[in-house]
Structure formats: C-alpha cells, structure tokens
Design a protein around this ligand. Structure first.
Ligand code: SIN
Length: 199
C-alpha cells in the first residue's frame, strides 16, 4: 500500500456535513491541536496498544532519514488512553493531510471517563503501509528518535510531549515511558532538565 493515504481516506467521507464526528487522538493529536473542535474529552479505546513503529517522512524525519512516531497495533486486553475531539466533518480535510504518511481512518468505539461510549474514528498506520518500520528493541528505538528531525521539529520533542501529555491525563503507557527514560538516560538528563525541554 502506498504511504500517501489522502485519497483512500477521502473515499471514506460518508459523513453528513452537519453531523459532527468524534476523532480519537493517541499521538501528536493529543498535544498539537491545530484544528477546530466543538468539544474535547479524555477517552480510551480497547484492544489497541500504542507503539513507536511508524516511520515519519514528513513531520519528525525525512524520506532519506525517517523518524519514528506512534501507531496502534491490535492487542487483546490492551487499552490505549488519549484525547477525543468532536469535529465538523470538513475538518477531515486538514487531518487527512496531516496524517497522510500511512495513516488510515478506522472506526472505533471510544470510552470516556464516566464510562459513556460513543463511536468515532482513529488514524492508524497499519503494517502494510510503505512507511511502517515495525518493532525494534526499545533502546534502539530511543536512539533512533534521539537522532531524528523533520519539518515539524525534533523527533525527541514528539516523544517528550507525548509522555508529558499522557502523564498529565493520568494514563500509564509503559512503552512510551520506557522510551522516554532511555532517551533521557542516554542524554544524561534528569527530571529538571526534562521540564525545561518540554516547555
Ligand atoms: C494520532 O495522534 O492520533 C496519530 C498519530 C500522530 O499523528 O502522531
């Protein structure tokens, strides 16, 4: 499958223009909110684990030296915490462009705190997309992140912002927090330097 998913996602536009849609963000969509939304609520989805297994050619790396960003992999019993946004259907045009490097819209059930549920959409980069990098030992993933940079900035900042946002929301994510720890240990940073880094 081609890495550029804009056209494939556009074909999924079956929404009525007046009908808002819940979109679940689990990576940069949690902390970089460059789109209008009607309402925002912390939420989680079941059966998926967040993994730094997707290559980034357009945000945190380049085609020659892709960075590593998160995608979701199916894992029975797992739960992934993030942020859900209620958006107007027209906002998909912006999100499809932003998530074009391999991410496809997938229907999911969102669970909000308080346990009410809503159906929604999440962008997932499946392993058959051209930018998928897959699993690697976590210290290696952390080193890869430490040396990568792209048009949206340092790959390191993507990881740091994500870890800080998850902590703020009260979500545990051992994969993300271990990568953060490896990165900081490698750079000889302590928690105070971390606060300065993530502004
Ligand atoms: C997301 O945040 O939901 C998708 C992955 C990303 O853009 O970092």
């Amino acid at each position: 499958m081609t890495a550029n998913t804009i056209e494939l996602n556009r074909q999924m536009n079956s929404y009525h223009p007046d009908q808002p849609v819940w979109v679940f963000g689990y990576g940069s969509l949690i902390y970089k909110v460059d789109f209008p939304f009607i309402e925002r609520r912390a939420a989680s989805i079941e059966g998926y684990a967040r993994r730094f297994w997707q290559g980034s050619h357009d945000h945190r790396g380049t085609p020659e030296a892709p960075g590593r960003v998160v995608t979701l992999v199916e894992e029975p019993g797992a739960r992934c915490g993030g942020m859900a946004y209620l958006i107007a259907a027209e906002v998909f045009e912006h999100l499809d462009y932003r998530e074009k490097n391999g991410y496809l819209r997938v229907g999911v059930e969102l669970e909000f705190a308080g346990e009410d549920r809503q159906s929604g959409v999440v962008y997932i980069a499946r392993e058959d997309n051209g930018a998928f990098l897959g699993a690697a030992p976590e210290p290696e993933i952390a080193r890869h992140i430490a040396r990568s940079r792209g048009p949206s900035g340092c790959n390191r900042d993507y990881l740091m912002h994500l870890a800080a946002s998850l902590r703020r929301l009260g979500y545990e994510d051992e994969h993300v927090f271990r990568l953060e720890r490896y990165l900081l240990d490698d750079q000889g940073l302590d928690d105070k330097s971390l606060d300065a880094l993530i502004d």
